[in-house]
Ligand binder design. Structure first.
Ligand code: ASP
Ligand code: MG
Length: 441
């Protein structure tokens, strides 16, 4: 069975819900479908919780009432017969009364998580009812009955696997199984979630748990390109990526796939296919454990990077120097992205400058510190196994006219990164595209 995930915009209106229903039922094959909340809903639920945290019940009620009106209007648009209209109307009334019942006193994270879960509970109920009204054999599998995180906050794969099998056996022979993305129970048995955007993660976890044939992530954005089409001419869609390549690209804000989604699918060796609801027949991008020998997949960039250099003759022949440097970053919960070392100095890059001053002050006890702001990481992702000849030199040659602050190569088999000035980003991306993908010298 395939697992398909549709995000908030893909179920963002009754019409979109109908489009998704058509898309998942057309070929008549059995599927497990993970849905997000309708777009905007989770944000509204966050707002409701914020009002309740500060004891402003009227503020919360305002947001609830606006949301209620919006959802009530969806009912006759989505469903044509009285039976299902009444069923959904009643469900919505219960849900909105429930939301309204939270008192402003003693509002804690526990109540917040319950509120945040309502978006997915509603969207999945609506789509299930629509499919049933259309005569499609559809069952709603409540995620809160099988999605569970362990003590470490990570999904409890064994529990999930067993439970979901049980749940599927309770309702055999359905064409479509619908479930909620994002929401789960934690070890205390309370409602929790897999963080914002976590529906991709749900799909990946379920795919791994049921050993799905494929996990499909459907969005309404154009898939992964080999370079940024907003900045560079002549980009092409990327049809295949290794999981590691996808992980490298995820950091660069390739919005299409939530980074956490990669791990469960990779571990269970289940391919993930990224598809576009606007262009359902396009092949999309497949991510799996196969590499394309000798191929460069994509170039991506990330702005707002700060480089910090610590130069010290004390580093020469010393051990433990790097640990001391890293501990300072750890103290300030600032993660390091790129790192380059020489015998007498080390340069690192960070993208979170909240504690830059404190970090720089502490680093000064170990050497001379210089900071370069407004930098940009440009990264080339592909089969970069070190035995391959020529990739590094081609990439470097492409950047021959651009000042490069740092180069990182050899950290993985799939990546080479350059740190350049943000003002050189566009040129760097265009040059890499020309030389690596479009055959220019
Ligand atoms: N509805 C949740 C959010 O907006 C989860 C998701 O869409 O993946 O973050
Ligand atoms: Mg979403």
């Amino acid at each position: 069975m395939k697992v398909l995930k549709f995000g908030g915009t893909s179920v963002g209106s009754p019409q979109r819900m109908k489009d998704v229903s058509k898309l998942i039922t057309e070929d008549g094959q059995q599927k497990l479908v993970v849905l997000s909340a309708m777009s905007g809903t989770t944000n509204s639920l966050v707002e409701i919780a914020q009002y309740l945290y500060c004891g402003n019940k009227a503020g919360a009620d305002d947001v609830i009432n606006r949301l209620r009106e919006k959802y009530y209007a969806h009912v006759p648009e989505l469903l044509s017969g009285k039976t299902y209209q009444n069923k959904v109307q009643k469900f919505l009334e219960e849900k909105f009364n429930y939301l309204q019942s939270f008192p402003k006193e003693n509002f804690t994270e526990k109540e917040e998580k319950i509120i945040l879960a309502q978006g997915e509970l509603i969207s999945t109920f609506m789509v299930t009812c629509y499919l049933q009204e259309q005569g499609i054999k559809t069952a709603l599998l409540p995620a809160l009955e099988f999605m569970k995180t362990g003590r470490d906050g990570e999904p409890d794969m064994k529990y999930i696997s067993n439970k979901i099998d049980e749940k599927l056996k309770e309702v055999p022979g359905m064409q479509i199984y619908i479930t909620q993305g994002y929401i789960c129970l934690n070890t205390d048995g309370n409602i929790d979630n897999l963080q914002r955007g976590g529906s991709d993660y749900t799909a990946s976890i379920i795919g791994a748990a049921i050993k799905a044939e494929e996990i499909q992530i459907w969005t309404d954005i154009d898939g992964i390109h080999n370079n940024d089409p907003r900045l560079v001419d002549n980009t092409r869609p990327v049809r295949h990526l290794h999981f590691e390549e996808a992980a490298e690209l995820a950091y660069f804000g390739a919005k299409i796939l939530h980074p956490t989604c990669i791990q469960p699918a990779k571990a269970a060796n289940i391919p993930v296919r990224l598809l576009n609801t606007m262009e359902p027949s396009a092949p999309g991008t497949v991510i799996n454990n196969q590499s394309d020998p000798g191929r460069i997949a994509a170039v991506a960039a990330k702005d707002n990077i700060t480089a910090i250099k610590i130069k010290s003759s004390r580093m020469l022949l010393a051990y433990g120097f790097l640990r001391k440097v890293f501990e300072i970053f750890e103290t300030y919960r600032t993660s390091i992205d790129m790192i380059c070392t020489s015998e007498v100095g080390v340069s690192v890059s960070i993208d979170n400058t909240r504690h830059l001053n404190e970090i720089v002050n502490e680093l000064k006890q170990y050497g001379t510190v210089t900071v370069d702001s407004n930098m940009c990481i440009v990264c080339v992702v592909g089969d970069m196994v070190w035995e391959n000849l020529g990739f590094e030199s081609r990439a470097l040659k492409a950047l021959a006219d651009i000042p490069i602050r740092m180069i990182s190569y050899g950290g993985s088999n799939y990546n080479i990164s350059f740190l350049v000035k943000e003002s050189d980003k566009k040129l760097a991306l265009q040059r890499l595209s020309d030389v690596l993908f479009n055959g220019k010298k």
